[in-house]
Write a protein that binds this ligand. Structure first.
Ligand code: AMP
Length: 112
């Protein structure tokens, strides 16, 4: 499996503005924020994309959502949007699963 920037951040080999860290995941600020608050939650385990997660990853996936909600609350967000881009056609550019946490401005629908 090829390594990614997020793999390096998860291992502490690249710097990131971290807001949360535990045994299973890391959350940090996106370098190119698309909203006043834009955080990313990544598993330490290098799952390339959501569709490659396995049945056994379900507790981990649930944990990522719980941490996303926790860091959103810590950032003062009452309303926010979670995004998981699954594949290049959906906008995924880093092939290490991540949950975007976006907030601090009104969110339009449908998304672009
Ligand atoms: P996606 O397009 O869903 O794969 O999202 C990748 C996100 O990672 C983009 O929003 C980028 O701005 C962000 N990103 C890329 N490199 C870094 C980095 N070194 N630290 C934080 N965020 C990054």
């Amino acid at each position: 499996m090829s390594d990614t920037i997020f793999g390096k951040i998860a291992r502490g080999e690249l710097p990131a503005r971290k807001v949360h860290e535990d045994d299973l995941c890391v959350a940090f600020h996106d370098v190119a924020p698309q909203a006043p608050t834009h955080l990313l939650v990544i598993p330490r385990q290098p799952i390339p994309r959501l569709s490659q997660a396995q049945d056994g990853d379900e507790p981990l996936l649930g944990h990522l959502l719980r941490v996303a909600a926790r860091v959103a609350k810590q950032a003062g967000l009452a309303d926010y949007r979670l995004v998981v881009n699954d594949g290049a056609g959906a906008g995924q550019t880093v092939f290490h699963l991540h949950v975007h946490v976006l907030g601090g401005r009104p969110m339009g629908w449908p998304p672009g």
